[in-house]
Write a protein that binds this ligand. Sequence first.
Ligand SMILES: [Zn+2]
Ligand SMILES: [Zn+2]
Length: 261
Amino acid sequence: MGSPTVNVVRYTALFTGVVYGWYHRRTLQAAHDVHKIEAAAHQREHLVAQAKEAWIKKQQAPKAGSDALVTDPEDPRFDLEKLIKHWEAAAYVWESCEMRVPPDRDISFRSASMSASSLTGSCFCGAAAYRVSGPPTLSAYCHCTRCQQMSGAPCIWTIHFPAAAFSWTTPEALLDGYVTEGKPYKTRYRCKTCGACVASHNVKTESWSIWGGQLERDERAEIKGFDAVKPTAHIFFETAVIGVSDGLSKWVGYEGKSAQI
Ligand SMILES: [Zn+2]
Ligand SMILES: [Zn+2]
């Protein structure tokens, strides 16, 4: 059966062939396994993306039976008339110096248990904010020309507190002070960022005054603790530029300290 040399060559070739075959199979199997893992990962990503898309669609879809408001003009369900009605119902409109309230609100039956133990307010942008506590010494709609010029509104809702009841909750460096001509004892503060007047300090009476419209609102846009600070009169009404019929008393100057109109 041939020489020993031939046998060595023969068996070496056979062994090499077996080893190569085994190695090649392992390589193919490894490549197949990697492919399988990648495919599984891809499938998982696809499923997650599908689930996310379905969730977003579900959130955006109107609830069955409800007439959900569509604000996107591109949406085929968009109804401009309905949207305007919604805005009208939600907006505050000046009318005879009263806030017209949406039909589902009634400010005359608010709970009297609310207290002004601590109320907060701020300018338009929120950079200048304050806290007031305890009952106010005055709360009224002021029709004086100073308030009209300062705010640009026909009248403003001013609320006075003793100095100790007022404190800034934001850094005073964010404020500008302005002393009114003819009233060197009164400094009005405005927000440096948005420019809104937020409060004024009277060193003669040691009191602070704020504007009610800037007090913090709840989720229904109602002023928190309204009962404790609600207006009781119209003051400096001789210079009123708007007719008012809300039943509150009207005064030439301050309530109870001047002639009633
Ligand atoms: Zn501001
Ligand atoms: Zn005024």
